[in-house]
Design a protein around this ligand. Sequence first.
Ligand SMILES: Cc1cc2nc3c(=O)[nH]c(=O)nc-3n(C[C@H](O)[C@H](O)[C@H](O)COP(=O)(O)OP(=O)(O)OC[C@H]3O[C@@H](n4cnc5c(N)ncnc54)[C@H](O)[C@@H]3O)c2cc1C
Length: 383
Amino acid sequence: MQLSFGPSYERFREEARAFIGAHWSPGGDARAFRAEAIARGYFYPRFPKAYGGGGGDGDPLLSMIVREECAAAGAPFELAGIGVKMLAPTLLVRGAEWQKQRFIGPTLMGDVLWCQGYSEPEAGSDLASLRTRAVREGDEWVIHGHKIWTSDAHRADFMFLLARTGGEGGKHNTLSYLLLDMRQPGVTVRPLKQLTGESHFNEVFLDGARTPADWIVGAPGEGWSVGRTTLAFERAGLNAPDMLDDLVVQIKAIARTKLRDGRPLIEHDHIMEELGIIDGYCLAHRYSVLRQVAMDAAGEDPGLAALCTKLSATDIGLRIARLAQDVLGDQGLLMPPPGVTRDNMDPMFWALRAVAVTIAGGASNIQRNIIAERGLDLPRSAQ
Ligand SMILES: Cc1cc2nc3c(=O)[nH]c(=O)nc-3n(C[C@H](O)[C@H](O)[C@H](O)COP(=O)(O)OP(=O)(O)OC[C@H]3O[C@@H](n4cnc5c(N)ncnc54)[C@H](O)[C@@H]3O)c2cc1C
């Protein structure tokens, strides 16, 4: 199958390539390049200029082309991360005007970092049963609770969190979505040590932490609906085909040089067969994501496709991880060496992390339930 973007998109690609060539050289100033790319409308086009975005019409195919061209030139792209991918788009659709003005621009430039305070020891998949409470005292919310698995809390400036603020309407309608300055008294962050050796996530204890009354997104009691908006952005960010392809390229490179029984691994039937299967899955996944983006660009609801791509990406990731372990052999039994992080994508590191991303943003079983109930109209699960 041969897919192309069409003539107007290819003209745009030429322009973007010329812009990158003129403004980026290896070792250049990534921040200055990002600022130029935003000013030109290439980065963050879904965000209006008034909030620090590129101010384009938000056609996702254009963003995809810019990303491809940046990757080809080794140039920086838009920042990723919890603030950029989850909080900023949530504020854009659900935030108050002052929240958009104050938080979106610095978040897109990486000047402020966010963490997500959803999960608790007794509330993961069943998120709506969370127990953190926020009580209104004068002009402030006073928060008591215990969050867990809070990625990047040890580095974050702010947290967006779900807390129970009371009122009528059962467990879903008594939650609110609050913003919190992590430097407030009453916020304690304790890192959790992971199998990979790093401490990427944390426990966060909130013992009377205070946040201003208007640091709430949506109205009191609307936290469930605002929180789901954020989750939809989170899941959409976990389906990246490029990340899977990069790993396959790395594994193939290792399999070409590493010998088993005197022959490069890539010549062994079972490795060749598995690589072929994985290549097929990666291509199918890429086309599913392209279909989803194309429907989005045409103003159509991607529906089931949007629900399926997080699940398919993480399922393929697990398969790649198993192959990485096979290819790496003894080396695969060792912990990743110091300095290997999720940013430099060592295949073994990925192997250890592949299970994690089947859970992050909602476990695969829960995603299957959502696909069944919302996508296929099957009866709700008994729980
Ligand atoms: C890498 C990573 C980063 C994370 N970062 C954050 C973060 O920044 N902020 C944050 O708030 N949380 C974060 N989390 C937590 C994540 O959201 C939860 O781990 C996830 O929602 C699952 O909750 P749980 O761990 O309590 O598992 P549980 O809910 O206890 O689930 C355990 C198992 O039971 C299955 N299960 C549960 N209920 C059902 C059901 N109804 N039907 C079928 N199967 C079911 C699940 O699929 C899972 O396999 C992160 C998790 C990971 C792995």
